[in-house]
Design a protein around this ligand. Sequence first.
Ligand code: FE
Ligand code: FE
Ligand code: ZN
Length: 281
Amino acid sequence: MLNIGCHLSSSKGFLAMGKDALKIGANTFQFFTRNPRGSKAKAIDPKDAEALRSLCQEHDFAVLLAHAPYTLNACSNKAETRTFALETMADDLERMEYLPHSLYNFHPGSHVGQGPEEGIRFIAQTLNEILDVKHTTTVLLETMAGKGSEVGRTFEEIATILDKVQLEHKMGVCLDTCHIFDGGYDIVNDLDGVLESFDRVIGLNRLKAIHLNDSMNPLGSHKDRHAKIGEGTIGLPALAKVINHPQLRHLPFYLETPNELSGYAKEIEVLRNAYEEADKG
Ligand code: FE
Ligand code: FE
Ligand code: ZN
């Protein structure tokens, strides 16, 4: 079965997201741990978290994916910005234990002129401070489009961060199809080649989730503007190959396309129809 969901608003709480996911034919979802711009988090209602956990169990959901605020920058040139990212992520990881064994994705950040090496050093340092053996969450680095001074555009940069993290088994990667295409990896004409390179540089065993997005811009544009599935430069045939690829088809896929719930429901239906069930023969 295709494990697929989309980004949902967490404003009505955990259980409400689970119900929204069911409504649109999803069996997982992504949500922001707090306001995406990074403000103070609402207190978690343990009963609400527990209600979502039972819903997920009852409906056989795939792993849930939490997303850190995208404004955090663990490799800023300003110490206070780095500290804010560290404290926010540390707090998020504590809170994630209300939904144990989930995934937590974050953007590596922007080195703002310090150079990728310095950026990578700060990111790894942050991870080494916040990761704790007692946590059950797997923390994911998201592959980026390379807008401005973003770190994580190349598989090499992601691999170098992972190499510097002590609790490496707590870490994984979230591959965003729009980001890597904008970053210059041609998943339209050479998906196998891109995955070979991912495997050689990072290791496909580190790949834990896929953000399934079309792109508004051409290969290598370094833009990061998501398009609806089938309406962008990647297109439905290439995205259908992604979800069916023997090395990817078991992974959870999360849509971050510009949609309301009804639009997500349609995309999920299209993708479920494009997914070749193994038992169909
Ligand atoms: Fe993201
Ligand atoms: Fe993404
Ligand atoms: Zn993006």
